[in-house]
Design a protein around this ligand. Structure first.
Ligand code: AFP
Length: 328
């Protein structure tokens, strides 16, 4: 049983033979410490007053949950004075949030992913992404960097255990929160996604709205071992990207949130900068693949807006390539 905690791990971790920059280590620790606080709020549920809705809409046009706002405020309040940051961006805020200093990094986050699960006691999480600050006064344009420029990404999943899954560009590592002392303990070294899978994650209720290639791929999976795939498939949909991606990080699979014709002007539901890009960095670092459907490699997509939406297909490399072969 590992007894390496996050602090020790970060100080011995090597990236291309070099130690991680001390400013990046500090930033990761500040984010991880805030997630410990969020974990405590989540665990308290009705006892900590985090359930229910704020009754107002965020920039996404989604009704904000109490925990969306509390998590967002915790990250802003805990990090705004960080000497490591120039600015932050959040799913919950239309504009960027300048930090009090001009530090070397930009932080983006979805403070509470899977909000529809909060009130029914199903896994939710926090997703974050770190970019280098280009210097000078931060503006929205400074954030619009392709995902391949991320220097770190991670998520915490508040489930039966609270886990932090993290990459600094040299593999993916999983830490389990020890509730007894609030320390993150290394429990998964160099996580790898199996190249093949028999499990897909998609919201099947949208089937009639999908483009034909997506429909054809899922139909062939549903045809099972007597169909063109020659094997049976399983389906999972937790309705929290962070939990569906964590399952894929642990045992393989593919996650799909494709474009559909319900809102044809939207490229997809999920957001590029603080959902698709950090998850895609982690997936690629674990040997998987992530594409924005016909737009190709997710991490190559040049952002055009802070809250830009993209179609997302990620997970086991060979299965994502199989999906690509349908012409999605
Ligand atoms: P919420 O945070 O509004 O619950 O949305 C979660 C999410 O962005 C992503 O985490 C899920 O994979 C996806 O939406 C679920 O979308 P559906 O509710 O349409 O299945």
């Amino acid at each position: 049983m590992s007894h390496t905690d996050l602090a020790s791990f970060l100080r011995q971790h090597q990236i291309n033979g070099q130690p991680a920059p001390s400013e990046l280590i500090s930033l990761i620790e500040e984010v991880a410490a805030t997630c410990v606080t969020i974990s405590g709020l989540v665990a308290g549920g009705a006892l900590t007053g985090v359930l229910g809705s704020r009754g107002v809409e965020n920039v996404q046009g989604e009704v904000q949950k109490e925990l969306d706002v509390l998590s967002n405020d915790l990250l802003l309040n805990n990090l705004e004075a960080s000497p490591q940051l120039s600015a932050m961006a959040s799913e919950e805020m239309e504009e960027i949030y300048p930090a009090k200093t001009r530090g070397p990094y930009l932080l983006l986050f979805d403070p509470l992913d899977g909000s529809s699960n909060i009130d029914i006691n199903v896994s939710i999480g926090t997703i974050f992404s770190v970019l280098k600050a280009p210097g000078g006064a931060p503006d929205t344009q400074a954030f619009l960097q392709a995902g391949k420029h991320q220097v770190a990404a991670g998520y915490t999943v508040y489930g039966p255990q609270t886990m932090l899954v993290l990459t600094l560009g040299a593999g993916v590592f999983g830490f389990t929160l020890n509730p007894a002392d609030g320390l993150w303990v290394l429990t998964a070294e160099t996580m790898q996604i199996p190249a093949d899978t028999q499990e897909f994650a998609i919201n099947m209720s949208n089937m009639r709205h999908w483009a034909p290639p997506v429909r054809a791929y899922i139909d062939d999976c549903l045809a099972g071992k007597d169909g063109p795939r020659g094997k049976d498939f399983n389906m999972r949909w937790i309705a929290a990207m962070v939990a569906d991606v964590h399952r894929i990080m642990c045992r393989g699979g593919v996650f799909m949130y494709p474009w559909d014709k319900r809102e044809p002007d939207k490229a997809g539901k999920l957001r590029l900068m603080y959902e698709a890009n950090p998850m895609s960095f982690l997936v690629e670092q674990a040997g998987g693949k992530s594409i924005a459907a016909s737009a190709g490699r997710m991490l190559d997509v040049t952002p055009t807006g802070l809250h830009q939406r993209v179609p997302v297909i990620l997970g086991s490399r060979n299965e994502v390539e199989k999906i690509e072969s349908y012409g999605v």
